[in-house]
Design a binder for this molecule. Structure first.
Ligand SMILES: *Cc1c(COP(=O)(O)O)cnc(C)c1O
Length: 421
């Protein structure tokens, strides 16, 4: 459920017409709905409330501090994968103790920064990372709370570029090696092993892979305890899928029931790291048609957003529904390739979109389900201006990331002395 809907044939984000924002801000821009973010958080956290879970929003899905703060005010913590994201979470007001630091390649300066900030959990993914963290923490006179992220060797049945829990993936520690490493962490005075973490991939549309992974993790917890080790927390990651085009992902209540079934009896504090399910359908990418180009075989609707603004279709063959901001329900439709101006054949935002037959230059389109891994993955390829971001709340909207100008973009480069005039 989201708050983007037509009123009298005009697309609204909550109480604001998308065309009104476009007139004020220019296109392309991302538009997020605060009410939708709130609803998604409440449905997800509510489903898990009886299990006493901490929901740490995976900042990489959408790292705008206005989005993070909207969720933090509702009680969310944050899952971060870099010092930059950690700084964003702190700037957004997430309490340090509710921050989890994930990722296979934390640098020593990043570890030191996170230790000084006093974050709640480091998810460690290898033996060398464990040793490095112990050394840095000892040097700072701190104790690092550590969860070991394990690799359960489960295929998430999602796009291969976003599956993270198979043996051949770079993520996590082999289940068989985890007990020795956990014992090692317990023996190091600057580390406090608090639990086990797992995250098997993104955009999962069935519960079975989760169930298989969580069952393996539960068995690991029991065997660690049998060894006399203390396990207080279980971090079950993110990954729950959303509807882009015709998928039927499990709802949060079914997900919660599966969690209760697999790990409910363990007497651990549960942590979750949802990203996409909170923000994906809370955002659209609004773009204007530049030209309509009919060729012998296809219609190309060329728009002012491109793969640099939304790379998911090019990177993951992702599908996004595209709708006109001015709905003409009875208009004849024709299949169109919605493409951007970037000089790459892969610069396609949607294939075979059913758009009004008489769609013309200047028309506004909304690319749906663009709130996750959209703006956060944007670049300036082709020296295109960074995409703007807007948040709507009821009948107000605010530009939460203005579009910089060309001067600001180009002046990031410097001419070396030998090329100066
Ligand atoms: C990406 C990621 C998430 C969030 O995944 P979603 O599919 O967006 O829920 C959570 N945890 C870790 C470690 C991640 O890398």
């Amino acid at each position: 459920m989201n708050h983007f809907e037509y009123r009298d044939g005009r697309l609204f984000a909550e109480g604001v017409a998308v065309a009104e924002i476009a007139a004020a801000v220019g296109t392309p821009f991302y538009c997020y709905s605060a009410a939708t973010l709130t609803r998604h958080y409440q449905v997800f956290a509510g489903a898990l409330a009886s299990l006493g879970a901490l929901v740490c929003y995976a900042v990489k899905a959408n790292s705008n501090i206005a989005v993070i703060r909207t969720l933090a005010r509702l009680g969310a913590g944050a899952d971060v994968v870099s010092e930059g994201e950690l700084r964003r979470a702190l700037a957004a007001g997430v309490p340090a103790e509710k921050i989890v630091f994930s990722g296979v390649g934390k640098t020593r300066p990043e570890m030191a920064f996170a230790l000084e900030a006093g974050i709640g959990q480091f998810n460690v993914e290898s033996a060398p990372e464990l040793e490095a963290l112990a050394e840095i923490a000892a040097g700072l006179g701190r104790t690092a709370p550590v969860a070991l992220r394990v690799n359960p060797d489960v295929d998430a049945n999602t796009h291969h570029k976003i599956a993270t829990g198979r043996k051949e993936d770079k993520f996590g520690i082999d289940l068989a090696l985890a007990p020795a490493l956990y014992a090692r962490a317990a023996a190091l005075p600057s580390l406090k092993p608090v639990g086990i973490a797992v995250h098997i991939g993104s955009q999962l549309t069935t519960l079975d892979p989760f169930r298989a992974a969580f069952a393996r993790v539960a068995a690991l917890v029991r065997s660690l305890r049998a060894q006399g080790l203390t396990v207080e927390r279980l971090d079950l990651g993110g990954g729950l899928g959303i509807v882009y085009e015709g998928e039927s992902p499990p709802n949060p209540a079914d997900y919660a029931a599966m969690v209760a079934e697999t790990v409910g009896g363990l007497d651990v504090k549960l942590v979750f790291e949802p990203g996409r399910v909170l923000v994906g359908n809370a955002g659209i990418l609004v773009t204007s048609v530049i030209f309509v180009k009919d060729t012998a075989t296809k219609r190309f609707v060329i728009v002012d957003a491109a793969m640099n603004d939304l790379i998911r279709p090019a990177l993951y063959d992702a599908k996004h529904n595209v709708v006109p901001a001015a709905d003409r329900r009875n208009a004849a439709r024709r299949a169109a390739e919605v493409v951007g101006p970037v000089c790459e054949t892969g610069d396609v935002l949607a294939r075979g979109a059913a758009l009004p037959d008489d769609i013309a230059a200047g028309a506004l389109l909304a690319i749906e389900s663009a709130g996750a891994y959209g703006a956060a993955m944007a670049s300036t390829y082709n020296t295109r201006l960074p995409v703007a971001e807007v948040m709507v709340n009821g009948d107000q909207f605010f530009v939460i990331r203005p579009r910089p100008d060309y001067e600001a973009l180009i002046s990031l480069d410097r001419l070396p002395t030998w090329l100066e005039d």
